[in-house]
Ligand binder design. Structure first.
Ligand SMILES: [Fe+2]
Length: 234
């Protein structure tokens, strides 16, 4: 069984699952695709939501889902944190890490590249001592120039690849190059619903070697082991 690092399975919290029923269907489908561990990563936008309200809403959504005994019980709560100016200074940022770890899923903005994006990531690493996972990094291919993309790929982080990257030639080539580059990488479905963004991790298991899937799985396993006794775990 493998790990899905990016999903919107928590009900009624963002543009992902719209009900507990949808969440359960998504989780069942994920299980059929070989997923044993799920990071539940609802969107968090600091300019839209106050952190405490988000955390309270997230706990309620998680508890509501868990009360229904989903077939995959190994669900780690986290968030997909939008990189905004000043995000590295947000009080309580560490509460958005994947539970039991210092791994935090960060989503670069879908705008033109600016230096502050990488500066925020660097500050999250150096000042907050967190381990960023850069969400669906292949999506920035069309937005950033080659050198800007190299700048993003030079941060001290783990790079997350969505299943959809393996559907088309250009992004598949990018993903394979990233995997071969020696950087740390993880996979995710970024599933939102049972319609146009349903769980599709099977695309990854078809296209990626078992060894590379194991690499992805091991990032969470080692984070959980290494950080079990750390004072920095949340
Ligand atoms: Fe997402």
């Amino acid at each position: 069984m493998t790990t899905d690092y990016h999903s919107h399975i928590l009900p009624n919290i963002d543009d992902g699952s719209d009900s507990v029923e949808t969440s359960l269907k998504m989780i069942k489908m994920m299980k059929r695709q070989g997923i044993g561990t799920i990071a539940a990563t609802p969107h968090f936008h600091a300019h839209r939501t106050d952190l405490d309200s988000f955390l309270a809403k997230r706990s309620r959504a998680y508890e509501k889902l868990m009360a229904e005994s989903p077939v995959v019980s190994d669900v780690h709560i986290g968030a997909e944190v939008a990189i905004e100016k000043g995000i590295s200074e947000l009080e309580g940022l560490e509460k958005l890490c994947i539970s039991g770890t210092r791994l935090i899923l960060l989503e670069p903005p879908f705008t033109n590249y600016s230096d502050w994006i990488v500066e925020e990531i660097d500050d999250i690493v150096n000042s907050r001592r967190l381990l960023p996972i850069i969400a669906h990094v292949h999506r920035y291919m069309g937005l950033y120039s080659k050198s800007e993309l190299s700048g993003l790929l030079s941060v001290d982080a783990v790079f997350q690849i969505n299943a959809e990257a393996f559907e088309s030639f250009g992004t598949r080539r990018f993903a394979n190059k990233l995997i071969d580059s020696g950087r740390d990488f993880v996979f995710g479905s970024d599933a939102h619903n049972m319609g146009d963004r349903k769980p599709n991790f099977d695309l990854i298991t078809k296209r990626v070697s078992a060894e590379n899937i194991k690499h992805s799985d091991n990032i969470l396993k080692s984070a959980l082991v290494n950080e079990a006794d750390s004072e920095f775990v949340f």
